[in-house]
Design a protein around this ligand. Structure first.
Ligand code: NAP
Length: 246
């Protein structure tokens, strides 16, 4: 499944799942724009891809702010060309009992996790429409499939991502653009390590007795980004080690 000649944007690719996605897409031949808030992370991901013989640029900016998105898109187009693959991966999480979620915390969660993909997709989809070919993969979450205590704002934001995926899949179905989402289950990333969960203890309760790796998610994304996935749109491609069966 070669991605030679394609230009991919991966948001939040400075670490964790996004870093693995950027690395796998580049290994398959895509030129990758590594978008992240974190300067050091973005540079590190791009440098590792270049060292492995791939093409990548680090683009520092906020994927949830219109001005930052426009700037990042302009740099990406100038340095790599028209974008044909978009992975909306950047996201934040928080654990808060429902009644302690403030209006600000709600707005921030929806702002980054749902408005972010809206802004980035709106900015980049014209490139795909012009080319008559595009792949959009949104990273949602199993918490939007199953519900999750103390994560009402997070689960709601990711539920919105699933609905955005389905709406755009139908809107662009006859224009060569597919739109799918990948809900990861429990993946061992810096985000999870920074949270309150004991990763090893939780992994022992998984059907496969392990947490997922960022690469587990990246391989699913690489398939959905490929030519071969051209008749797959509006779908859920769960990567959760059998933890949740639909
Ligand atoms: P992570 O380790 O925190 O990595 C996320 C990266 O995104 C960080 O480098 C972060 O930068 C960046 N970022 C955050 N907000 C951004 C913004 N507005 N603009 C640009 N970059 C931004 O997270 P992860 O675990 O890899 O998660 C990646 C995605 O998978 C998220 O959407 C998450 O909700 C989803 N997910 C993860 C799991 C899991 O088990 N890990 C499960 C389900 C869904 P900073 O560090 O500077 O904030």
């Amino acid at each position: 499944m070669s991605l030679q000649g394609k230009v991919a944007v991966v948001t939040g690719a400075g670490r964790g799942i996004g870093q693995a996605i950027a690395t796998v897409l580049a290994a398959r031949g895509a030129s990758v724009a590594v978008w992240d808030l974190n300067h050091e992370g973005a540079e590190k991901t791009a440098a590792a891809i270049q060292e492995a013989g791939g093409t990548a640029i680090a683009v520092v900016g906020d994927a949830a702010a219109a001005a930052g998105v426009a700037e990042a898109a302009a740099r990406t187009r100038a340095e790599l060309g028209r974008v044909s693959i978009l992975v909306n991966n950047a996201g934040i999480t928080a654990y808060q009992p429902f009644t302690s979620i403030s209006e600000d915390a709600w707005d921030r969660m929806i702002g980054v996790n749902l408005k972010g993909p809206f802004l980035v997709t709106k900015e980049l989809v014209p490139d795909m429409l012009e080319a008559g070919w595009g792949r959009i993969v949104n990273i949602s979450s199993s918490s939007a499939q199953t519900g999750a205590p103390s994560m009402a704002h997070y689960a709601s934001s990711k539920g919105g991502v699933i609905s955005l995926t389905r709406a755009l899949a139908i809107e662009y179905a006859d224009q060569g653009i597919t739109v799918n989402h990948v809900p990861p289950g429990f993946i061992d990333t810096p985000l999870v390590r920074e949270g309150p969960i004991d990763v090893e203890a939780a992994a022992a309760h998984m059907p496969m007795k392990r947490a997922g790796s960022p690469e587990d998610v990246a391989y699913a994304v690489a398939y959905l980004a490929s030519e071969e996935a051209g008749y797959v749109t509006g779908q859920t491609f769960s990567v959760n080690g059998g933890r949740h069966l639909v």
